[in-house]
Design a protein around this ligand. Structure first.
Ligand SMILES: [Zn+2]
Length: 487
């Protein structure tokens, strides 16, 4: 019943099912044959979602939207002047996109500043280091910290070291991230960034440096969030560029004692005011049902925040701008949320889930764009198992973009975790992450990393899925209880 209703509303026709979804060849064959004395071929069933998909590819302004954010706000770490400029930009841009009830909802955010920083290998031979403090790290107290280095090849390995050997030293975590299309190497490696400092402090270390969580060989360190265990001393933590980490490792392997000097000006200021920027396209028939499109407005401080997550902001804004221009409004409400402070603690996402607690049951589906600007290749879903046909119907609409459905469980996006914990179903439009972690959280996160054609493909996919999910009455259910607690 649900499935038939969805197909009807999507304009897919009764013959379309997940196994007989239109392929790129069949969809383009709708064009008239070159010599047509014979009767024209029957037209491919085309609904408004399919038409929107093509229109977005033709006329997307997503690229211009990222550029305007980057140029107006620059780096926009929570609490920074850029973060305030980004909120103003978000309000202006959502209004220009034709959304209703555009507002900034206050969020208390952590306020961390990098300050001046430098580092060097001082023995056995001198080498300057390209490094970046991890977000949230303490500094070195206005002076240089110098100590011998001890190697840990993983987070687990630190616990096997003799505390007497770690005491007074700088721990170097040399954890390699694997390059993969789906970016899964990141999740496997990133734990050391978040927890490495406290695990080392427990054994008496005075600081940690990590091999950047990245896949490039550029001399650009990758920053990222870290957290302290409140029961342990807070020690400084920094990422080394990968070539510097390789150099350090060679010197350690050569066997002579290696000494580092670190000077980090990082400090945490009192919490600051931030905001989630939100705009709706109010549903024409069931406005209390919400399809949420999320991205995060903040970025790290080192680059311009173009791929992380200016691109995601542009994808969701352009999706709704295009839908707002259609003659008919979808039945359900479409909502853009530009979250505050994804990078340094998810304060925006947590606050959204609290502020909108009364509406959570009305959130029928959520998607987040937070994986750069490269093309999407796969869809995934996590919600009620009975809703898979509805998921496949949405997926069929983006197959002409070269995007295939997967049986894997969707992961949502970091900003969707609080909603997922409450059962809100999510759909992923997974983007190609092969090159993403060459740039992620580095000074090289600039407009030059964005390919307009690929960004437009992702935008077309988000717009199409959002439009169809909001136009139909498919019930995506809730994430089963046992799946929620795993997150
Ligand atoms: Zn991000």
């Amino acid at each position: 019943m649900q499935r038939r209703a969805l197909f009807f509303l999507l304009g897919l026709g009764a013959c379309t099912s997940s196994s007989a979804a239109p392929s790129p060849t069949t969809t383009t064959s709708a064009a008239a044959p070159p010599s047509s004395t014979a009767a024209p071929l029957p037209a491919e069933p085309k609904g408004p979602s399919q038409a929107l998909r093509e229109e977005v590819r033709r006329s997307s302004r997503a690229y211009e939207t990222v550029r305007s954010l980057v140029d107006a706000a620059g780096p926009r770490l929570a609490g920074s002047p850029g973060s305030h400029a980004a909120v103003a930009w978000g309000l202006r841009t959502l209004r220009e996109a034709g959304l209703d009830d555009v507002r900034a909802e206050p969020v208390k955010v952590p306020h961390w500043e990098r300050g001046e920083e430098s580092g060097a290998i001082v023995a056995p031979s001198p080498h300057p280091l390209a490094l970046a403090a991890l977000g949230g790290s303490v500094g070195t107290g206005g002076k240089a910290l110098e100590a011998e280095v001890i190697l840990a090849e993983s987070l687990a390995a630190i616990d096997t070291l003799d505390p007497a050997k770690v005491k007074g030293k700088i721990v170097f975590y040399d954890v390699r991230m694997e390059r993969r299309r789906d970016g899964s190497g990141y999740g496997e490696a990133v734990g050391v960034r978040g927890a490495g400092a406290s695990r080392a402090a427990k054994l008496g270390a005075v600081a940690v440096v990590i091999r950047s969580i990245g896949t490039d060989h550029a001399r650009t360190p990758h920053t990222g969030g870290m957290r302290y265990d409140a029961a342990l001393p807070k020690i400084p933590a920094a990422a080394l560029s990968i070539p510097d980490a390789e150099l350090l490792r060679r010197l350690i392997d050569a066997g002579e004692p290696v000494r580092l000097r670190l000077s980090l000006g990082a400090k945490t200021l009192p919490d600051a005011e931030g905001a989630n920027v939100i705009g709706d396209l109010r549903g024409s028939r069931v406005p209390s049902q919400i399809v949420l499109l999320g991205a995060h407005l903040d970025s790290w401080d080192l680059g311009h925040g173009a791929i992380d997550d200016g691109a995601g902001c542009a994808v969701v804004i352009e999706s709704l701008r295009q839908i707002a221009r259609l003659p008919e409004r979808p039945a359900r409400t479409l909502r853009v949320v530009l979250f505050a402070n994804e990078e340094n603690g998810l304060a925006g996402a947590k606050t959204y889930a609290k502020t909108h607690a009364a509406e959570i049951d009305g959130h029928v589906l959520a998607l987040e764009a937070d994986f750069g600007a490269a093309r999407a290749f796969e869809t995934r879903f996590l919600g009620a198992p009975s809703a898979r046909p509805a998921f496949h119907a949405l997926s069929a609409l983006v197959r002409p973009l070269g995007i295939e459905p997967s049986d894997g469980e969707a992961e949502g996006g970091a900003d969707l975790t609080p909603l997922m914990a409450l059962g809100v179903p999510v759909m992923d439009l997974r983007q190609d992450g092969t090159a993403y972690f060459d740039i992620h959280h580095t000074a090289n996160d600039t407009m030059e990393q964005i390919d307009k054609v690929e960004l437009d493909q992702v935008t077309a996919a988000f717009a199409t899925v959002a439009h169809a999910a909001a136009s139909g009455d498919a019930d995506f259910g809730r994430i089963p209880e046992e799946e929620r607690t795993r997150r």
